[in-house]
Design a binder for this molecule. Structure first.
Ligand code: SF4
Ligand code: SF4
Length: 87
């Protein structure tokens, strides 16, 4: 009986560690981007290639929404002025 309880506790512990590890990995793996205003010419290409509308133009600035971003890298590759990089 004690062995069975011990096994259940150990399995539960391992499962919890796996879930924690997975969520930590997800947090680390999600890359954020940075738009350098000085290099940006407001061409709008980054906003056009972003499938989740994480980049929008507001006045004379391109605004990045970290919550919407899925870290696909299309804007980084698409900016011909090297104004976008990973943080
Ligand atoms: S693609 Fe580059 S230059 Fe064009 S708006 Fe986006 S950040 Fe600015
Ligand atoms: S990395 Fe992808 S999802 Fe994030 S802002 Fe750039 S194009 Fe949009």
């Amino acid at each position: 009986m004690i062995t069975k309880i011990l096994c259940i506790v150990l399995i539960g512990l391992c499962f919890s560690i796996e879930i924690l590890d997975f969520s930590l990995m997800g947090g680390v793996m999600k890359k954020k981007i940075h738009i350098e205003d000085k290099k940006c010419v407001l061409c709008g290409k980054c906003a056009a290639v972003c499938n989740v509308n994480a980049i929008t133009r507001e006045g004379k600035r391109m605004i990045y929404d970290e919550e919407k971003c899925i870290s696909c890298g299309r804007c980084v590759e698409g900016c011909g002025f090297l104004a976008i990089s990973y943080c």
